[in-house]
Ligand binder design. Structure first.
Ligand SMILES: CC(C)(COP(=O)(O)OP(=O)(O)OC[C@H]1O[C@@H](n2cnc3c(N)ncnc32)[C@H](O)[C@@H]1OP(=O)(O)O)[C@@H](O)C(=O)NCCC(=O)NCCS
Length: 193
């Protein structure tokens, strides 16, 4: 399946949060469509200092063992323009499949107005619906606990592939089960050994 097939195979757009909070949110989170790919690149270029994350998204989209159709999400601003992007790709805890949340990006003009939270919540819901069980993220320690993430190593015995700080490498059980213990292996495009 080609990576751009993600749009056609993707589930219906999901709400960004519970029905009550989604009703108040101006952000409409939905799976990436093929037509969104240039906007996704623009969002990642604008949100980060270098092109590294934008190039990573493109490399992951080309990697059939990493890309998970339907698990690249955007959030549209009220005018219908994509303003936020978040991506889950295949990783493993030892040999057990899991998903890695990276990158997450919001256009600078729209940061800190709920777009990132909307797109991440919708994406995690989509992963749950797809039967994914464990999500991992390396990121800003104060940000990700709001989605239920907790320190992977100290809480779950999930070790990072490199000596990352305990408070920055986080895990989330998507289905309420106890996550597998082991060491995380990221998809090749991340370049993490
Ligand atoms: C990080 C990012 C995805 C968050 O999305 P957002 O839409 O700006 O954030 P939201 O509006 O959903 O949430 C706002 C909250 O996130 C916090 N926040 C935003 N950026 C943060 C950061 N870099 N570090 C820590 N907290 C951050 C805000 O302080 C705010 O906290 P509060 O709710 O306690 O007041 C976005 O700011 C972004 O693209 N940043 C640049 C790229 C980046 O760093 N990506 C993440 C890589 S791990």
């Amino acid at each position: 399946m080609s990576s751009s097939a993600s749009a056609d195979d993707a589930p219906e757009p999901s709400t960004a949060a519970s029905p009550s909070t989604a009703a108040r949110s101006p952000w409409r989170a939905r799976p990436e469509a093929a037509a969104d790919i240039p906007a996704v690149r623009r969002i990642n270029l604008a949100a980060f200092e270098t092109a590294e994350e934008a190039d990573l998204v493109d490399a992951l989209r080309r990697d059939r063992s990493a890309w998970l159709p339907g698990l690249s999400y955007v959030a549209d601003a009220p005018d219908g323009t994509p303003a936020a992007h978040a991506l889950l790709t295949r990783c493993h805890v030892d040999d057990v499949p899991a998903v890695a949340l990276a990158p997450c990006a919001v256009l600078p003009a729209h940061q800190k107005s709920g777009a990132g939270s909307a797109v991440i919540r919708a994406l995690l819901d989509a992963a749950r619906a797809a039967g994914e069980r464990t999500a991992l993220v390396l990121g800003h320690p104060p940000y990700y606990p709001r989605f239920g993430f907790a320190p992977a190593a100290s809480r779950f015995g999930i070790l990072p592939p490199q000596p990352w700080p305990d408070e920055a490498f986080l895990a989330l059980s998507l289905d309420g089960s106890t996550p597998p213990r082991g060491t995380v292996r990221y998809a090749t495009p991340f370049g993490i050994d």
